[in-house]
Design a binder for this molecule. Sequence first.
Ligand code: GUN
Length: 277
Amino acid sequence: GKKEAALLREEIKKEVLSLKEKYNKTPGLTVILIGEFAPSQIYVKNKEKNSKEVGMNSNVIKYQSNVSEKEVLEKIKKLNQDDSVSGILVQLPLPDQINKEKIINAINIGKDVDGFHPYNVGCLSSNTGGVVPCTPLGCLYLIQSVEKHLRGLNAVIIGRSNLNGKPMANLLLKEDCTVTIVHSKTKNIKEICQGADILVAAVGVPNLVKKDWVNKNMIIIDVGINKVNDKIVGDVAFDEVKQKVKAITPVPGGVGPMTIACLLKNTVESFKRHLNG
Ligand code: GUN
């Protein structure tokens, strides 16, 4: 993940530079961060650092956790109209008084670099373009760094969230995989996983996938981030599984850096669409 993300950032850096030379303009990412949730503070700091490293403008707008929904909606409206803002990201989760759907729906679909707006969700589902969510996009790049052609492969995704499981399924369908989503009510999860060529674990259960769930040809992408005794672990029991599969991403240092690199990519794409009107 670290290596692939560094390669992607290098490409983006070159593109940002050439866009600057050609148009005398710089892509800009604005992140809205509400409250003090510690993981969000860390993610946003990393997004800001990475944006600056590739030469993009980065702006973080911080609110106290008791900010009103109205104030945030008004800010989004201004950012939608601001030509210097290519991408808008509202870091989740949000405090209870703020309706997540209302906030996501308020973001201009062309600046929705998370790909969470229902329009972009619909585009991915109907295979008609749109912005693809950063984590599943990063996962796809990681899978393709090991296996270029995915046609006909069995992909099993653990977890059916809007953030990861569902967009991941759509992306892999687009690559002609045979896709199965398993979740907490699925029977025989272990047996279904055993037959996978690609296994994406995105469920938030520490060390769920064990060595008897996998096979030697499997590519595993671990999206889980779980805290166990002050240590961050994924959804896959990495140490016992790593020798038994073709490829596996670690946690941390796997999907995380790719997610941020894909966010930068989505922001540059958004900037280019804006240039083209
Ligand atoms: N919180 C955790 N992951 C994400 C993400 O990908 N985007 C946003 N906006 N918030 C998050």
